[in-house]
Design a protein. Structure first.
Length: 79
């Protein structure tokens, strides 16, 4: 991939910009969740079975992260 001479100034030369597919979902080395967890979180919340706060405690993530999963702001690539 050939980059613009000033790409390093704009941040385009950074590894994360060139390899975004390696940072999504389970492939992210910092991910605490896997695809089946996301499906379970969305279905359990939709069924009214559990609150976001309880889901966050159960999965060891923040309640904001659970909200983003439910609202599809994160883990968008999963149905």
């Amino acid at each position: 991939m050939r980059l613009h001479p000033e790409a390093h100034i704009r941040g385009e030369a950074h590894w994360t910009r060139q390899h975004r597919e390696r940072l999504l979902g389970e492939l992210n080395p910092n991910s605490k969740l896997v695809a089946p967890d996301i499906a379970a979180i969305r279905s359990r919340y939709a069924a009214g079975e559990i609150s976001m706060y309880r889901l966050a405690q159960e999965y060891g993530v923040s309640d904001v992260h659970i909200a983003y999963i439910i609202l599809r702001k994160s883990w968008k690539e999963l149905p």
